[in-house]
Each structure stands twice: as structure tokens, then as C-alpha cells.
Design a protein around this ligand. Sequence first.
Ligand SMILES: *[C@@H]1O[C@H](CO)[C@@H](O)[C@H](O)[C@H]1NC(C)=O
Ligand SMILES: *[C@@H]1O[C@H](CO)[C@@H](O)[C@H](O)[C@H]1NC(C)=O
Ligand SMILES: *[C@@H]1O[C@H](CO)[C@@H](O)[C@H](O)[C@H]1NC(C)=O
Length: 683
Amino acid sequence: MAQGWILLILIVSMVISFLAADPPDQPSKPECHIPCDDICGVDIHCRWNHRFDAQIPTSYSLHWETADRIEGHVNTGTRLSGFVHREHFSMNSELRVWVQAENKHGSAKSQVVVFNTEDLTKPSPPIITWSHEDPLEISWSSICSEMHLSLGSCDVRYRIQAEELWEEDDVGAQVNYEFSGPAQPGVVYEFQVRCSCATGLVSDWSATHRIRSAEEAPTGQMDVWKDCGVLTTNADCVMTWKKLPISQAHGHIMGYEVTLFSKHSTTVLVNISVADPRGLLVCDELKCYLNSTLKSVSSASVSAYNAHGATVPSLLTIPTAGNVRSGNFIDVKMNMENLTVSWQLPSQHPNTRPFKEYVVQYKQTGRLLGKGFDWIRVNKSCTTVTFTGHFKRYWPYQVSLFTVTPDQQSHHVSSVISYSCHGIPAKVRSFKVISIAETHATLFWEPVLLSMQNGQVLSYEIGVHGQMAVYNVSASPQDQNNTFELQNLSADQEYEVWIKAVTKAGPGPKVTTSFITKQQHHLQLKSKSHLLSLLIPVIICCVLVFLSFHKGASKACLCMNEKVPDPYNSTIYQMMTYQANESISWISIPIFEPHPTVSALEVVEIQRPLCEDQTKSPVSSEGCTRKHRYGKGEYSKMVDSEDEKDMSKVTGRDDCWSSTEEEQDSSGYERHFLPTAEEILNS
Ligand SMILES: *[C@@H]1O[C@H](CO)[C@@H](O)[C@H](O)[C@H]1NC(C)=O
Ligand SMILES: *[C@@H]1O[C@H](CO)[C@@H](O)[C@H](O)[C@H]1NC(C)=O
Ligand SMILES: *[C@@H]1O[C@H](CO)[C@@H](O)[C@H](O)[C@H]1NC(C)=O
């Protein structure tokens, strides 16, 4: 049965693949000519194009039909060209030609081209034999005369080197051409020519001929700026400038003249040759920087020179390191190819000096001065710019906006950190409890190092081990004090808390710490079993006190109990002590309890109350509130000391707190069904 199904599926898929397989696409019309060099050839060369599936072998055949209706063809295999040999056609007569493509699924025929065999002669391209640079001029020779034909018509095309598009001019039956437009100085122009003779086809384009136009002095000003690293840490800057575009350089830039004006009113002139920069100049394709400190420099200027002159110096003022403003003026959208910055300055921006333009810069953090840096200068009506490049993922880039006044003073407006692609952040550097109270604790963390964030940290998730709730703390710069107050805790209880930094890519690894909340200072009841085990002896004591009052006896009452939990733990006990002190003294003797059974209600044994003379062994109130539990003294000390020790180091606690859900339940129970501290006080 199963085999039958498999067979069926196989057959169906074979049928589908057969039906899906198409015959070949139609090939293009063949283009045919008879090539002529010094003399013309005899065979007709034809060429065509075809879009074919590389998976399916396709073969071609070139077909013809003469005016006398004689058909013929030649198989060309996989080649996209073929010949019609001289014996298959006569000169000066009509010939019809087409191409057929064939694969295993079928065949396709091109359109038919019809021509007179006389018109198929095609001269070889002209040769540019002479040129001149000022004015730009070329001349060439064609082979028409060798073919005993007159020159038909020629076309010239030209472009500036490295540009993509050609300009084309029809020059008629000429063998020279003078560039008509104003040529840019110091630029390499490329020229090509093609010609036809009196009959036949136009030649192919000639080989490219290059001419550098005459150089002139560079014009305009250089775009100079400074890389001061990541702006919060700038101790130094380097001066950097864009190479002049060819339209301004007007020739080969031989070097740069840099003038440094120091803070001590001295001036240093540095003449850097591009050919021999002596380590002072570092350039990439588009820009250069001066490999020298600007620490004692207040301003600088640079100009570029070629053999004919120099640009007007461009001035740069070096700012003294100041505070970096961050703000929400800037919006950055970034991927691995594009970094788009847009901004919106508030009308009442503190930067009141009139400015003429903006500079937007980015700095790849962690890179040396001059590296991983770029800037764009735009006029003041612009509010967005885009950098293109290769932006590393998970890497922080600092994007900054400046305004520049007409005298080249720059003012920092705002900076933001941005990422081309967000990753999962590393752990926070540290996580600790900086203050602990009975019901709340303040947590503090040191954020992930910028270099390890892998993305913008949007928020921190904080959770308590064993609890469902996760607190989400915003990481926006406004609320970045890196603290969080955990509330609604129970007193005298250990909590384990964790924190994760969260980026767009998700949360990073947890860092955990733990702490113990303080003991209660006020009457607060923790669990019903605890309460009941404490209340029973206390109530009995009170009854005894009451009775002894009635008997008029001036005796103190000692509630002694060897098995029930230590009542000194309880603030109820303390409260009762205060109340009783008004009229009667209580004598309480601390009872050593090596293994307390605080919540074991069933072991409670009501002891006979002992009433003794009040002069005996008064107990300090401290003994009533401090907890003496085996193995816990160490903890209490650490918690009480309230120092900023990393609480996650506190170890060794392996105890018996009920699960958190139970704890919440019992506290809920307490809230609803048991008297509160106030109620007991007021009763
Ligand atoms: C800088 O050097 C170039 C080439 O050596 C020279 O032509 C030019 O005059 C020099 N500039 C200054 C200001 O000395
Ligand atoms: C970068 O910008 C260019 C031009 O707008 C666009 O064609 C390209 O797709 C962009 N690249 C990415 C990765 O978005
Ligand atoms: C956490 O807070 C951040 C910033 O306030 C917010 O963008 C994010 O959506 C919040 N996440 C959750 C899970 O609530």
C-alpha cells in the first residue's frame, strides 16, 4: 500500500516537472556582417543572443534562404555565432537569415532578418593617430580608402575618465575633431571614434584614446574638520580634510600646506608632499588626516597645491573639550550600508550664535583618531544627511551634530550612539543592593560597557527569583541612575534578584544577587502559624497578669516555655513588654533555643506560668528583637552593616523559606483575615 503511494507520488512529480519544463526562449535576431580590414572577407559572420537555462543543454543552428528559395543551415553547437560561407549566397542579392535554439523540451526560432549581401561590409574601427591637449583635439584614419570607398560618416564620443556616460557627436565625413565645450582643466578625457564608408555598415568603436587637459591652479576651499574621538573622552584631536574633487583640483595635487596656530601665539607651517609625506599625512581614497597632535593648537588651516597654485587656506578652530550634550534632537537610522541622520533643532536652542552650516559626523567608537570617522557639511536649510559605507554590526557609532559659524567656530549640538545592527548585550558589570529596609530594597547596577553592549540597551529587566513579575526599567538617558527600588517585600527574608540588559535583539545574560530584608521594628505579622504560636503564650500571660492584678499581688510574671518558639523573636512580645511596663515589670529570661521550631504549631506545649520576683534577671530589650538562629548570625551582620558589599557574595544559606507563591498567599491571607499591627495596638 505504502509502496503504491510512493510510486504514485513519483509519477505525479515527474509529470509535473515535465509539464513545467518549457521549450527554449526565442533567440534574438542574428546580426550579420562581412568584416573588412585591409580587404574585405568573403563569409558572412552572424551573432545572436539567447537567454537559456544553464541546467538544460541548448544547441543552435543558423539558417538562411536565398532569393532563389534555397535553404541551408549550419549547426553551431552551443556557440552564439556562426558563418554563412561564400558558396551559399551570391553578392548583391537578398538573403534571409534566422536562428533556431533547441533543447530536449523543444525548439524556438528567432525573427528572420532580410538584407542585401552587398550592404554587409563592415570596416574595421578607425585608429586615432594624433591628439592635442589645449584645445582638446584628435584626428584619425579609416580604412575606407583601402577598400576603394569614400568615407561615409563618423561619430566621436568622449567622457571624463571614470565617468560612466559618454557624450556623442556626429562629425560627418571628417577625420578630425576639436572638443567644442570648455574642457575641465587637469582632467583625463577619453575619446572613441567609429566610421562608415560610402556603403556597408558602421565600424565598431575605436580603442580609447586618453588626453589630460591642461592643468590650472586648484579652486575653491577644502572641507576641513577634526576628529576628536568619541566626544566624551576627547583629550586630543586630529585635523582631517576631504581630498579635492577633480573638478576643483584642476590637476594633480602635489601636497598640502598646513599652518598650526598654537595657544601660545606661535605659528608652525608644515609643507607635506603627497609623494613623500614623512608619516605626517595619512590618506584613504577620499580624505586625509594630519598625523600629529593638536593638543596645544587653537586653530589650523590647510590648502592644497598643484604645479600651478594652491587653494585659499581653509580654517579650522579646535574646540576646548567641553561637556557633550546628548539630546533628542537627532534621529539616526542605520544599517550596514547607510547611516541616515535627521535632526530638528528647537527654536530656542541655547546655541544662539548665527551659524551658516551644519556638520554631521560619525565616529566608530574604539578606533584611533582619524580612523572610522567621516563627516558631511551641509547648509543650514538641510535637516537630513546620509552616509554610505560599511558599518560594522553590533558596533557603537557616535553620531554628532555641530553648527558652524561664518568664522568657522563650531558648536556641538548633540550626540547619540547608534548601531547598524543590534545584538544581545553582555552582562551588566555589577549588580548589588545598596540599601535594605524591611519591605523594600534598592538595587544598583553598573551598566554594560559600551563596547560590550552590542546594541542600544533599551531597558533592564529585573526579577525576583521564584516570582513571575518582571520589572522593566527604562534605560533612556533621562532615567539612567541605574537604581531600582524593589517594593512590597517581606521583612527578614532572603531574596535572590536578577537583572538582564535588553537590546532590540533581546535580553542578555542574567546577573544575580541576593539579600535579606531587615527585621521588623513595628508590629507586623509574618505568618499565621508564627502568629498563633506566639499569641497563645502571650494571651495566657496576659490572663495571668490580669489575675495577678486582681489578687493585688505585686509580682512579675515570667512566661516560660521550653518548646514553643522563642517569643523574643516577636515584636508582639516587645509591645506587650512596653505596655506592661506601665504598671508592672516583666521579667523575661532569654531561653536558649538551639533548634527553633518557629512554625511547628503542633509541638506547642503550654508551660505553667512562673511568677517570680521582679528583681530577678531583667532582660534587655535588645534580646527580644535580635534573632538568634543557628547559622544566621553571619547573615544578619552582613545585612545590618548596610555597606555596599556585593550581596551576591553572601552564600551558605540553604533554608526553608516556603516558595514565593506560598509566601504571597500567606501574606494575602494575613492581610485579609488576621489583625494588622495597628489593630492589635489599638485594641
Ligand atoms: C611646499 O612645497 C612645495 C614643493 O616643494 C613648494 O612648491 C611650495 O612652495 C612649498 N610651500 C611653502 C609654503 O613653502
Ligand atoms: C542604502 O541606500 C541606498 C540608496 O538609498 C539603497 O539603494 C540601499 O538599498 C540601502 N541599503 C540598505 C541595506 O538599506
Ligand atoms: C520595557 O521598557 C522599554 C522602555 O521603557 C519599552 O520600550 C519596552 O517595550 C518595555 N518592555 C516590556 C516587555 O514591557
